[in-house]
Unconditional design. Structure first.
Lengths: 114, 114
């Protein structure tokens, strides 16, 4: 079975600091990878996804993630965070085989302070 | 883009009663829908996968007689929590997938059983 590990439970950064959130998955086959964001009181929104091709994926709001197959990792980055980036971030993975469900990591809470 | 409408957003019910949660894909046909449960400060746990016109596939540990899932049409899936108890209080989220869209999440339902 697949599993997703997000190493940081809660990250606190000052505005303009750089962000990197770790995500590792365990699955031997081919996977799709996703990062979702959940702002307080709102539903999940897709930040970016990787299916194939260029392992460096750019998403919305200045976020990017790099798929490193040898490390089973898909870390999320942003060069300069803003207060509005305060949210919960979830990494997710699913098998490349039909409409298989997403398996989520436990999430990382990001708090950006002024 | 794709929109998934989930209702109600909040519901409070008495212990022993049943609650129905609806999940509708508004502008696409959802061949597959997923139901997740999110505990406070925890990740989304997959409850079941439902394909239109067939019985849902439940994850291990999820009581299928307690959490009834119906996916009778390509745009509607329902989750009924039967004989709800306080331990069923949680945040329930549906996700739909269908061409040409990927996974789209509903806004979630906060269930409180008193």
């Amino acid at each position: 079975a697949q599993s997703v590990s997000q190493h940081n439970h809660h990250v606190i950064l000052s505005e303009a600091a750089s962000l990197e959130l770790g995500c590792n998955y365990s699955y031997g086959g081919t996977v799709n990878l996703f990062w979702y964001v959940q702002y307080p009181g709102q539903h999940l929104q897709l930040l970016l996804k990787y299916f194939s091709g260029d392992p460096l994926v750019k998403g919305i709001k200045g976020f990017e993630a790099e798929f490193i197959k040898s490390k089973f990792s898909f870390n999320l980055r942003k060069p300069s965070v803003q207060w509005s980036d305060t949210a919960e971030y979830f990494c997710a993975v699913n098998r490349v085989s039909g409409n298989t469900p997403l398996v989520f990591g436990k999430g990382t809470r990001l708090s950006v302070i002024a | 883009g794709a929109v998934v409408s989930q209702h109600p957003s909040r519901v409070i019910c008495k212990s022993g009663t049943s609650v129905k949660i609806e999940c509708r894909s508004l502008d696409f046909q959802a061949t597959t829908m997923f139901w997740y449960r999110q505990f406070p400060k925890k990740s989304l746990m997959l409850m079941a996968t439902s394909n239109e016109g067939s019985k849902a596939t439940y994850e291990q540990g999820v009581e299928k007689d307690k959490f009834l899932i119906n996916h009778a049409s390509l745009t509607l899936s329902t989750l009924t929590v039967t004989s709800a108890h306080p331990e069923d209080s949680s945040f329930y989220i549906c996700s739909a997938t269908g061409q040409p869209y990927g996974y789209t999440f509903g806004s979630g339902t906060r269930l409180t059983v008193v």
